[in-house]
Design a protein around this ligand. Structure first.
Ligand code: FNR
Length: 369
């Protein structure tokens, strides 16, 4: 038995059976000209599946709505050509023994200048996040809301139809769904604003519509975060009670797995307990949870040649991760940047070949390897 076996046992999460607990975190890569995933994208995901990842969550891919996309060359999740491209990604990942879910995305009020500018930009109501270089949209009408809900449902049904194993809803990081959750950005004056339960109404409508579109047996993953665009101190839920009240209705609406986005997996979420955000989500809802944040970016994982961008050592160590896995603090662990640097990260870690792992460097984002 190897030291890391606890991460590499098959795991059965009800609707989703995986060969191990390693997930590729969703990462926007902007390598889809015309918003169509091409051969380079197929090979990029194929390499991670061949490299041993149990479940790939794709880069955010935009639902069919005029304001869903905020960045150039992000793949769409609608239209014959884009879906055909995604089907080739799915087939390549399956042939390599992996599973894959698209991350369905609507950016809301956050977009690069020049991408769907001005009036075609329904977002949230007057935004607390307006800042230079960002365009703030007009408040969404009820029609906008209904269209977006239908857009998510259609995308989820298409994901199932073309062979994806699950879908992930991007409810994190200050994009559209999260803009409704957060007081700082939801300034509506209707039934979509109020306390956090009321601000969750939009997300709940999406989850229910998606569930109705995919049927009872298709897994729905929901990604959420406490932090918001560039505001890492933001907190959606200050207490475990508030987190439970936030997540429970989402679980009841049809979420199967919570993807709990944090920047460092080892950080306790609330005072008085060592549990991280995934640990709390799991404990409060009884649903499986994915942890994430700086896995593999520390000295324990990397050759000591000074190239790692993160060197706090012990808290970030493989031992810390394994201990948390062994006490079931999380079901799955998502890995982002370490998998950009090392397509075969999972296989190398399973084999204990830590010295073979390359350090992540920002320049690696300039091409799709
Ligand atoms: C991201 N992240 C991200 N998250 C998300 O929900 N949707 C996305 O499209 C993206 N895009 C993205 C691009 C790039 C280049 C990076 C590095 C990150 C966040 C990502 O999923 C993950 O949560 C963080 O990177 C933390 O994990 P690591 O990298 O520390 O393992």
């Amino acid at each position: 038995m190897s030291r890391t076996d606890t991460l590499f046992r098959p795991v059965d999460l009800g609707k989703l059976s995986l060969k191990n607990r390693i997930v590729m975190a969703p990462m926007t890569r902007t390598f889809s000209p015309g918003n169509i995933p091409n051969d380079l994208v197929v090979d990029y995901y194929r390499r991670r599946a061949e490299g041993g990842v149990g479940l790939i969550i794709t880069e955010g891919t935009c639902i069919d709505h005029p304001a869903a996309s905020g960045y150039p060359n992000v793949p769409s999740f609608y239209g014959e050509e884009a879906l055909a491209g995604w089907k080739r990604v799915v087939d390549a990942v399956h042939a390599a023994g992996g599973k894959i879910a698209p991350q369905l995305w609507h950016v809301g009020g956050i977009r690069r200048p020049g991408v769907n500018p001005g009036g075609a930009t329904p977002g949230h109501s007057p935004s607390g996040m307006a800042r230079p270089g960002k365009v703030t949209g007009h408040a969404m009408t009820q029609q906008d809301i209904d269209d977006v809900v239908a857009g998510f449902a259609k995308a989820a049904a298409d994901a199932k139809r073309i062979g994806f194993d699950a879908i992930e809803l991007h409810g994190a990081h200050g994009y559209l769904i999260d803009q409704f959750f957060w007081e700082g950005t939801n300034q509506r004056e209707d039934g979509y604003n109020g306390d956090l339960a009321a601000r969750s109404r939009f997300a709940l409508e999406i989850v229910r519509a998606v569930r109705a579109a995919v049927g009872p047996d298709f897994p729905i993953i929901f990604r959420f975060s406490q932090w918001k665009q560039q505001d890492y101190s933001a907190r959606l839920c200050e207490t475990p009670e508030a987190l439970g009240a936030f997540l429970t209705p989402l679980a009841e609406a049809g979420v199967d797995i919570f993807h709990c986005s944090t920047r460092r997996f080892w950080e306790p979420e609330f005072e008085g307990s060592d549990l991280n955000l995934a640990g709390w989500a799991r404990k409060l809802t009884g649903k499986p949870a994915i942890t994430v944040g700086s896995v593999g970016l520390n000295a324990d994982f990397l050759p000591d040649d000074g190239t790692a961008d993160f060197r706090e050592a012990q808290p970030a160590s493989i031992d810390n991760l394994l201990e948390r896995a062994e006490r079931d603090e999380f079901d799955l662990v998502a890995v982002g940047r370490a998998l950009i640097a090392n397509p075969d990260w999972a296989n190398q870690v399973q084999a204990g070949n830590f010295a073979h792992l390359a350090a992540y460097e920002k320049e690696m984002l300039h091409k799709l390897h």
